[in-house]
Design a protein around this ligand. Sequence first.
Ligand SMILES: [Zn+2]
Length: 380
Amino acid sequence: MTRALRTVISPGRYVQGRGAIHQLGDYLKPLGASPLIIADDLVWGLVGRDVEASLKAAGLPVARERSRGIPSAGEVDRLVAAIEAAGADVAVAVGGGSTIDAVKAAGHLAGIRWANCPTVASTDAPCSALSVIYTESGEFEEYRFFPRNPDLVLVDSQVVADAPVATLVAGVGDALATWLEARATAQSNSPTMAGGLPTLTGTALAQLSWDVLWENALPAIDAVKDHTVTPAVEKVIEANTLLSGLGFESGGLAAAHAIHNGLTAVPHTHGVAHGQKVNIGSLTQLVLEGAPSGDIRDFITFTTRVGLPTTLTEVGLSADDEAALKKVADAATAEGETIHSMPFDVRSEDVVSALKSIERLAVRIRSEASLPTPVPHRAH
Ligand SMILES: [Zn+2]
């Protein structure tokens, strides 16, 4: 693949709306005759009956394999064996980002098609042609890239609204980063996760995701607290899942996700959701950029209102944790990390300083805006 070419990639079809899950079978039928559904017990308890009914109505057999959480290399290999044992021709992830990442990687290795039915809008994993693989203990291990995106991404908005509101909040954190990172990637004209230079399309979708969230995230979160689907909820689900998915993949990742990956390298942050850690990455990226203080203030106040962390304290760290912060920063600036897509050089010590600085900065801005003081996260 030449680095001089621009490219944009996307799933074969994206479907979203209330009750969409009842049509899962109809949309799967053109993809294969023997689907294997992969879902954990919790998700299966919530939507298993609807998935089963929809497959049966489409004349498809129902087979299910349990998902076991963290998308590790071992979990992927276990799912490949399950796909082969079932003789499946399409793997269908039903659940959150962990199940989806494991199924994409397993579907690719097994040489069959794959589809995603996210039951939460907590990450932008569903649409992309890559998986993030973690160690069994949850540390970032590698990105795996595939030659194609999922054939289908189907999201039932009511199912997403029925999930805990914290999942939608985390998804907003993941999706806000998309524009900050795509903007940096466009400035430096660096390669994106799609294997080429950014297109106007990828960059514009990232920006649209940001605009939609600033307008709709707070009312959508209010609605989801009551498990209600409103137009704002539909817009936020689309921003978190499709716009951010296309935007990060074809617009490019930069410092925010590299810092997220760095944060997974220390046990302090375990139990903090992907989108929450990404929000710390976004704020740290703004500091590294020397962004206008008004922009930084707006980002801190808005994301605090959304319910995202803006301090080290809230992700289990403190400005005094020298060794841990160095470990985070070393991992974030490792060779091949997307932080090197920033329009300037970023060294480990720059990241340590920026991370340390956000503590006092966010505490001051939150206090000036009469927003809650940080509650410490305890790793579990
Ligand atoms: Zn992400």
